[in-house]
Design a protein around this ligand. Sequence first.
Ligand code: FUB
Length: 344
Amino acid sequence: FRFLCGLFLLTIGYSYGQSAPQPLVSHIYTADPSAHVFEGKIYIYPSHDIEAHVAEDDEGGHFNMQDYHILSMKHIGGKVTDHGMALALQDIPWAGRQLWAPDAATKNGTYYLYFPAKDQDDVFRIGVATSTSPSGPFKAEPKPIEGSYSIDPAVFTDTDGSSYMYFGGIWGGQLQRWETGQYEAGGSKTDLENDQAPAIAPRMVRLTVDMKQFAEPVRKIVLLDPEGRPLLGGDHDRRFFEGAWMHKYQDKYYFSYSTGDTHLLAYATSDSPYGPFTYQGVLMEPVTGWTTHHSIVEIKDKKKESKWYIFYHDVQLSGKTHLRNVKVRELKRNPDGSIQTINP
Ligand code: FUB
């Protein structure tokens, strides 16, 4: 009996120590969390997943989201507030359907929500909406950002105040249709049919001072393997698929992303926000569900001690790929700055 009790307590203790992160909210489905610390609070800008009864396909038609809700919490593990609808599809003059993964930024007291949506021609564009509060509501600009295309904007503001947008996603995110700089319905076949060609590149661009337009031509991001060769189209474990994020740690730029059909979160580093970036490894193994998407943010606790966290999603609540729930957990590094791989 004593042995069994001991075993029981040991098991409880073990489970507690290893306790897996739980969904941050369960009253709505949320995904693609972009987290930021604004005004001393943690704000999360997620997609708001819904059951739209659209059949699953490779174009992601089943991700038919209609609005955005913003979440906040005072500290990690604290109560999560849902600030309600911050922006709805019907209030975006140019948008037709599918509000996908957003991000946010701030400058001079204005908050900017960046979001992808398909326009009236069913082509993904990236829009921007503004608010005086990090929790919204946000008012969309009448047109998408000029020259924008594809999905998953991630806006990074560097220590010198310059802001950059990293974006793109292949297949349903349509990036393969922009290889020539113009939209081509057929698009590049590199990802599935041309293994030896350099993989389709994610994109980046500096933003204008008013944060609402691109300040320069969009650039392709060069992703290299550790030997200095471009990652190839057939290298599905390492090549970019979607879900870009940028953070800076000890003067290095960390570009992280999803590998899509191999379901990994990978990262590459550079000395410049423009790259080229050298592949470093996997930061998170596959979660449940087809998609994987994250953000990485530094958060100081009450004692002003800083830790890094990864916000991500899985499908714990629904078991369905298009009905996801956001989570958070600590991101740990090795002394050389490399990121320890998380097995979720
Ligand atoms: O939420 C729709 C899409 O799924 C996102 O834009 C991708 O990053 C993937 O998470």
